[in-house]
Structure formats: structure tokens, C-alpha cells
Write a protein that binds this ligand. Structure first.
Ligand SMILES: [Zn+2]
Ligand SMILES: [Zn+2]
Length: 644
């Protein structure tokens, strides 16, 4: 019988789940039967949703099926608890000083943890089975304090030792590679790592959770409140332990030493992940103490990290701003799965828009420039800082000074910290705003941090896209900073540049900057019709459909206009915004830069990076030095940056 490969694979994984080990298969209960289902796995919640909806469980008097609704609600909140811990730990402006492992989470880890929520599907079915088998459990009162005490007692007496000993067993040679290596394969723990494990591990975890709940229920002290409280507290503590952020005050365990044995800390469990031979407990280090597996560094390290003194100064800062409310929802501390892919407006983001709008108003009123992300390259720490201003605010005359003040204080902070290069992104280097950064350099002549607009590399990327044999180009936005540099560079190479501008004065000024024998190659044009026979358009200003229609078929539209032009013509090519791909040895990068693909950054970002890697000592502000275009390009390639 011939199976299609996908069906065969799925059948095998389903068999894995239920059948004993055979030589062709992995160990039983080591992989999820729905692991190849993609997003279709969520259909598994279907029967429960159908039961809750079909029985109208929310109506009064339908107590028989309310358990089903509670189960779904509880599991939705469980997912939300993991998401909240992710958001908290990734808000680097709050947590940067208390991070335990300093490296960032890269795309590879994000992809590996994509299906972190498999355990919720398993456990909701276990929950449903329990309610199905014990109909009496469907009629719980809302709350019974006695049940809480019984559950706590059973947790300490049964769940903790059960988890401790099975966890130690999972670290044995026979079991580790089959069942536990998955959980340990995430280099940087985070709340989603807490959920990532094999079915067998989660069955043990389910048992540890069920004993206190069922125990309390069997003695008649079960309640709806107990189920919510215990399960959510359990998740909360699991997420906390994996958050990679030390949340307890340093002095707490010195003031109350007995607490050391009652509650673990994020540092405590992170030590288990990094060293793997100690700190096996679920939540109570008491069991490590009894089992002789306590890591003696647990509290000294906890104290050191919570002091917040152990921070690394970045070598390079890319000073970005928010484009609009939509793009603000692409921040890594919102949805990791969203920020790890190129930005686009997707339906589930629509719901967050009002929150994003409100945040924009709050940031306008109160926020200062803040740290949003980072990565490491060639042993140097690179950070993204964000000026709390949105694209439209740069065009409000009354907002200009406020924005410059924000940028200035960010520069001064970087200078004080010892940052080597700060690169101004997008509108933060707008000519009309601060002369491409000139304002700050003139005002603070003794800055140690180098201020860079990075546009020399942007010009280089655009120019290197243009085929070498081109004899004529048409240039719009011709007298802008980039337009001028592109025109001069091409003019010097004796390429005819049709420069679209109505200002003869500005055109002449640029023309005079090229050697006399090249000046004839720069030609002022005032209408798009002048480019009717030119197949290379370099667009630095938004152009309409009517204007694009004037280009001959087969035209290539190169562009440096933000936002990029909408491509109306099917018989033409449209270049993307100038960007470069980071070297392959970049570490800890897990966020896409706006609409760019993974691992790519805007050319001005790359320009600042090259400035830092080359240890150039000048500021790159104001007009582009055309003589440096080739030099910067070669330096970028030398450091492993590649055109996208
Ligand atoms: Zn372990
Ligand atoms: Zn863990």
C-alpha cells in the first residue's frame, strides 16, 4: 500500500504516542501525535467548544455542562499567563538589569518553541476525562478554604517529591536523550520553554497537578476556585522559574533564610538549565536539599543578579522610532510569533489597535527613549533603542523640539554609558529636524559616542543594485541627501542622470560639486515625461500611478522613499528599500526589523554597525561624503554583511 509521505508521517507519530518502542520509531510518549498538524491542532479543542456551545453552558440552570466552559476558560487563561510572563521578561526597559543569561533568544529557538502549547491540549483532555468519569466533580461549590489547605498539603507531600524524583530520573543516561533533552534544548529559558517538553514529561506533570486537586475533591473539599487557583499558580511559578529574569529582592533570602527551602527563584531554575546536574525541584528547593542536589551558588548568584549591577554596555545603538500604531504592535514583547516574522497587518492584531493607540498617547506624554531589543555580533553588543515618537509626529511643527530633545538625551545617555556608535534611524536624522544629526554634534563638540546617519551605506546599496552597464538613469528626490550623493556618484562615473527638480538653484549647486568634465552628465528635468525612454528609475519621492505609467515597459524602479512606493506596473520591476543581511554569526537575534525578512537590517543600521566595527572616529552627520561610498561598501562586505 502506498501512503503519501505526510500521511505516513502523521500515522507514525500517532502510533508513537500509543505503541511501545520499536527500532523504526522514537521512544513511546516522546513526541506529540499532532506535531505535524500545524495550526490545525487547535481543532482538537473543537469537541469541547462544541459541547460548551451546544449545551448553552453559560445559561442559568445548565449546571451539568458548566465544567466544560470552565475548562476552556481556565486553559485560555493558562495560555495568557505564559504570554504575560513572556511580555514581562521581554520588556527590557524593565528587566535588562535583572536578566540571568545575558544572550538573546534567536529565531532558531523561537521556531523550536513554536509548539510550546502542546501540553495544554493534552491536559485539557485529561481534565475533560476526569470530569467525565466523576460526574460528582461537576457540581463543585465556588470556593472551599478547607480544600486549599488539603491541596497544599498534598502538593508538598506528594507532588513535589514525585516531580523531584522523576525529574532526576529524566536526567539519567537512559531517559535524558529520549524524554528530557527537548526541554533542555532551549538555550535561553523563557515562559514558553516551561511548556516545552515531551508527552511523558507532561503526563508526570499532570499527575503532580492532579493529586492535590483530586485529593481535595475526594474528601469533599473540591471547589471551582481551587481548580483555578492551583492550576494558575502552578503555571505562574513554572513561568517565573523559566523567565530568565530574577524577580526576588536580593536581601530577601538573607533576611528570611528559611524561605530558601520553600520557594525557588528564576536564578535557581536557570542554574538547572545551564548546569543540568543540580536544582531538580518543582518549586521547593527543600527537596534538592534532602536529595543532596542543591547548587550552592543558587543564592549568591541570585543576590548578585538582583543587585542589577551586572550590566553590559552596548558598543552600538540603533536609535529607531515607531513608524505607526500598527508597527508598534510588532514589538517583541507583544507577540513573539509576530515580531519574529516580517511586519504585515494581520487580523489578530486588529484587536490590539485601540491598546496601541492609547499607548501612543501615553508615550507622547511620559515616555523616554527605551531599550527594546538587542543582539550580539562579532563579540559586540548591539541594542535597539526607540524614541517614543511615531512617524506622523515628525511632521507636526510643534513636536519638533520635543523630538530633538528626546534624541539629544538618548545621545547623552549613550555617551555617558560609553556606547561607541549611535546610528540615527529613519526620521531621527531628518534634514529638516536636525540636519542629519549635525545639530547634536555641533551642540556637544566633546561627544565620545560617534553619531552616524548611516546613509553613506544606504547610497552604496542603492548604487550597487544598478547594473554597471547602465548609461542613463532617472532620479526623483534628486536634491535630497541621498539623491545628491547618488547623482554625484553616477555623474562622476559618466552615467547620464536625469535629475527631476523644479529648483534650478539646488540643481546647479549639486552640478558644481562634480568635476568639470562630468558636469554635462547631470541634467535637470522638470517633468516625468523626460524619462519616457529611460528604463532605470531611482525613486526618492512618492510617485503616483499616472507618473509610473510614463516609464517604458521593463523599467526597474530602485527606491529610497519611505514608505516604499506601491508597484502598479506588472511589466516593471520594483526594488525594495536598501537593506543588508547580517553576517551568519549574529547571535541572539529574534526580531524582524519592520518589514524586512529575518536577519536583514536597513542599510543605515548596517552603516552604523560598520562604523562601529571599523572603529572609525569621525561622526557621519549632514551631507554624504561621496568619496566614502565605495570605502564604506567594501568595509560592509569585509565584515560579512551582504546585500539582500
Ligand atoms: Zn531537567
Ligand atoms: Zn526547566
Amino acid at each position: 500500500m502506498v501512503f503519501c509521505p505526510a500521511i505516513r508521517e502523521r500515522t507514525q507519530t500517532i502510533l508513537h504516542f500509543f505503541l511501545p518502542h520499536s527500532s523504526q520509531m522514537g521512544a513511546p510518549l516522546s513526541s506529540w501525535p499532532w506535531q505535524n498538524f500545524g495550526s490545525f491542532k487547535y481543532l482538537l479543542y473543537g469537541p469541547l467548544v462544541a459541547m460548551a456551545v451546544g449545551s448553552r453552558a453559560w445559561q442559568e440552570g445548565k449546571t451539568g455542562q458548566v465544567w466544560c466552559l470552565h475548562l476552556l476558560l481556565l486553559f485560555a487563561i493558562r495560555g495568557f499567563v505564559h504570554q504575560l510572563w513572556w511580555s514581562f521578561s521581554s520588556m527590557l526597559f524593565l528587566t535588562r538589569k535583572r536578566r540571568i543569561i545575558k544572550e538573546g533568544i534567536d529565531f532558531e529557538q523561537i521556531d523550536r518553541e513554536w509548539d510550546w502549547d502542546n501540553f495544554l491540549i493534552l491536559q485539557i483532555f485529561i481534565g475533560a476525562m476526569v470530569f467525565y468519569l466523576f460526574p460528582s466533580s461537576r457540581e463543585f461549590p465556588l470556593w472551599d478554604l478547607k480544600g486549599l489547605f488539603i491541596a497544599l498539603l498534598l502538593h508538598v507531600a506528594v507532588s513535589e517529591p514525585l516531580f523531584y524524583w522523576t525529574h532526576r530520573a529524566f536526567h539519567s543516561e537512559q531517559l535524558f536523550s529520549r524524554y528530557h533533552t527537548l526541554h533542555h534544548s532551549s538555550p535561553i529559558p523563557n515562559s514558553f520553554t516551561a511548556g516545552r517538553g515531551t508527552p511523558l514529561e507532561h503526563l508526570v506533570m499532570s499527575l503532580a497537578m492532579m493529586v492535590p486537586l483530586l485529593g481535595a475533591s475526594f474528601v469533599g473539599a473540591g471547589s471551582v476556585g481551587l481548580y483555578y487557583a492551583y492550576v494558575l499558580l502552578f503555571d505562574f511559578l513554572r513561568c517565573m522559574g523559566h523567565s530568565n529574569v530574577e524577580v526576588f529582592p536580593g536581601g530577601l533570602f538573607e533576611a528570611f533564610p528559611f524561605l530558601r527551602y520553600l520557594i525557588y527563584t528564576p536564578t535557581y531554575h536557570t542554574l538547572h538549565h545551564t548546569e543540568k546536574n543540580s536544582n531538580y525541584c518543582l518549586f521547593m528547593p527543600l527537596f534538592d536539599a534532602l536529595g543532596g542536589t542543591l547548587n550552592i551558588k543558587s543564592w549568591s548568584l541570585q543576590k548578585e543578579i538582583s543587585s542589577g549591577k551586572n550590566i553590559q554596555v552596548p558598543d552600538f545603538v540603533f536609535l529607531a522610532h515607531v513608524v505607526d500604531v500598527w508597527s508598534s504592535l510588532h514589538a517583541p514583547f507583544i507577540f513573539r510569533s509576530f515580531s519574529a516574522t516580517a511586519f504585515r497587518v494581520v487580523p489578530h492584531i486588529l484587536l490590539l489597535w485601540p491598546g496601541g493607540f492609547f499607548t501612543m498617547l501615553m508615550m507622547w506624554g511620559w515616555s523616554k527613549t527605551f531599550l527594546v531589543s538587542f543582539y550580539n555580533l562579532h563579540g559586540r553588543l548591539h541594542q535597539y533603542w526607540v524614541v517614543p515618537r511615531y512617524g506622523f509626529q515628525y511632521f507636526l511643527p510643534f513636536a519638533k523640539n520635543g523630538i530633538n530633545n528626546q534624541i539629544e538625551s538618548a545621545i547623552l545617555r549613550a555617551d555617558k554609558l560609553g556606547v561607541k556608535v549611535l546610528s540615527l534611524a529613519a526620521l531621527n536624522k531628518n534634514e529638516a529636524l536636525n540636519g542629519g544629526g549635525t545639530l547634536f554634534v555641533n551642540k556637544h563638540p566633546n561627544l565620545r559616542v560617534r553619531i552616524v546617519h548611516g546613509n553613506t551605506l544606504t547610497a552604496a546599496v542603492i548604487l550597487n543594485e544598478i547594473p554597471k552597464d547602465v548609461k542613463e538613469v532617472f532620479l526623483t528626490g534628486a536634491t535630497s541627501k541621498l539623491g545628491r550623493a547618488i547623482a554625484m556618484y553616477l555623474g562622476r562615473k559618466k552615467v547620464r542622470v536625469l535629475m527631476l527638480t523644479l529648483s534650478t538653484e539646488r540643481f546647479r549647486k549639486i552640478q558644481k560639486e562634480v568635476p568639470v568634465d562630468c558636469q554635462q552628465y547631470l541634467v535637470q528635468v522638470t517633468k516625468y515625461q523626460a524619462a519616457q525612454n529611460c528604463k532605470t528609475w531611482i525613486v526618492g519621492k512618492w510617485i503616483t500611478f499616472g507618473e509610473q505609467r510614463l516609464a517604458p515597459p521593463g523599467t526597474y524602479f530602485h527606491q529610497f522613499v519611505v514608505p516604499p512606493i506601491a508597484g502598479f506596473r506588472r511589466d516593471c520591476h520594483y526594488g525594495k528599500l536598501a537593506a543588508m543581511r547580517l553576517p551568519l554569526d549574529v547571535k541572539g537575534l529574534g526580531m524582524c526589523e519592520y518589514t524586512l525578512e529575518r536577519g536583514a537590517v536597513h542599510a543605515c543600521h548596517a552603516g552604523g554597525m560598520v562604523h562601529c566595527l571599523e572603529e572609525w572616529t569621525h561622526h557621519e552627520v549632514g551631507a554624504i561624503d561621496v568619496d566614502r561610498i565605495d570605502l564604506v561598501w567594501r568595509a560592509a562586505l569585509k565584515h560579512g554583511l551582504r546585500p539582500v
